[in-house]
Design a protein around this ligand. Structure first.
Ligand SMILES: C[S@@+](CC[C@H](N)C(=O)[O-])C[C@H]1O[C@@H](n2cnc3c(N)ncnc32)[C@H](O)[C@@H]1O
Length: 272
């Protein structure tokens, strides 16, 4: 099918490591066929494609607040899914309570502004005994020493390159950096507080390449998080080039282990 748009996220989601994260989430979630599934923070639809191909849902609802991402998902999935432009934090305004069997959140939960509110909304839209599965490659304990070293070298190179670039005036888009970083404990606590039971987590090391890092560094949200003083249109390509150069000069030989965090939970039969 012809793609309407090709966003940076789409490039990122075609990476082998990203696909390995999706594969693991499909197995970990264990969705039976015939379910009403919601792909929350579904973005360009990479997880939705896997759900449609491997889980035989009765219905799939892709939810995302980003119009461009949702347009890409629509271009890829067409009428095999329904699309809802919404955040996790206002899900309750759009989706009837108890109407979904499984909510999957693939590599998006670290971006939620208000995790307790989002968790409570997911709890509300799930039917009793409904299930939730989550993955994220972006949490407090995701990267090891090798990646920290590479990140430092990348930032130094990028800042050197941007030396004579004027800084942007507006600083209003800093909230990602200022948010508390997601951790396994904060996630488990938010799920417990929302009323979920049977919470289980798993940490899985997946080897990522500098291409993977270059792809996500070249998204606006990460460019703004690491270089908030610069217009992301300028800093994105600089960061992409810097990470590739830093990796070529790094001792690991090009593979970095990143710990993906997976979590699942069940809504107990009796609503609280
Ligand atoms: C890295 S993308 C992952 C997309 C998709 N799940 C996948 O695996 O390819 C993260 C997505 O989370 C979405 N997102 C950010 N904040 C959100 C929120 N508060 N509620 C729901 N989705 C959100 C973004 O718009 C983006 O599409």
């Amino acid at each position: 099918m012809e793609r309407a748009v090709d966003t940076p996220y789409e490039v990122f989601t075609r990476d082998d490591a990203y696909q390995a994260g999706i594969d693991h989430l499909i197995t970990f979630a264990g969705m039976p066929p015939g379910q009403v599934v919601m792909d929350l923070g579904g973005g360009t639809g990479a997880m939705s494609v896997a759900v449609l191909e491997r889980c035989e849902p009765a219905e799939l609802i892709v939810v995302d607040p980003d119009e461009t991402g949702l347009a890409a998902a629509r271009a890829a999935l067409g009428d095999r899914a329904r699309y809802l432009l919404a955040t996790a934090e206002c899900l309750d305004e759009h989706v009837p309570p108890g109407s979904v069997d499984h909510v999957v959140v693939a590599n998006a939960i670290h971006l939620f502004e208000d995790l307790p509110r989002a968790a409570s909304n997911v709890f509300s839209v799930l039917r009793p005994k409904g299930t939730l599965s989550i993955s994220t490659a972006f949490h407090r304990d995701a990267s090891g020493e090798d990646e920290h070293r590479l990140a430092k070298a990348t930032l130094l190179r990028a800042l050197r390159e941007l030396r004579s670039t004027p800084k942007r005036a507006a600083r209003e888009e800093r909230h990602y950096k200022e948010r508390q970083e997601l951790s396994r404990d904060s996630l488990v606590a938010a799920l417990g507080q929302a009323g979920f039971g049977g919470v289980a987590t798993e940490s899985v090391p997946i080897a990522i390449t500098p291409d993977f890092l270059a792809a996500f560094l070249q998204t606006d949200i990460f460019a703004l998080a690491v270089l908030p003083d610069y217009d992301p249109a300028v800093s994105r390509p600089v960061l992409g080039k810097a990470v590739m150069e830093a990796a070529a000069n790094d001792k690991t030989g090009g593979l970095y282990l990143r710990n993906w965090l997976f979590a699942k939970a069940i809504k107990p039969e009796a609503d609280r």
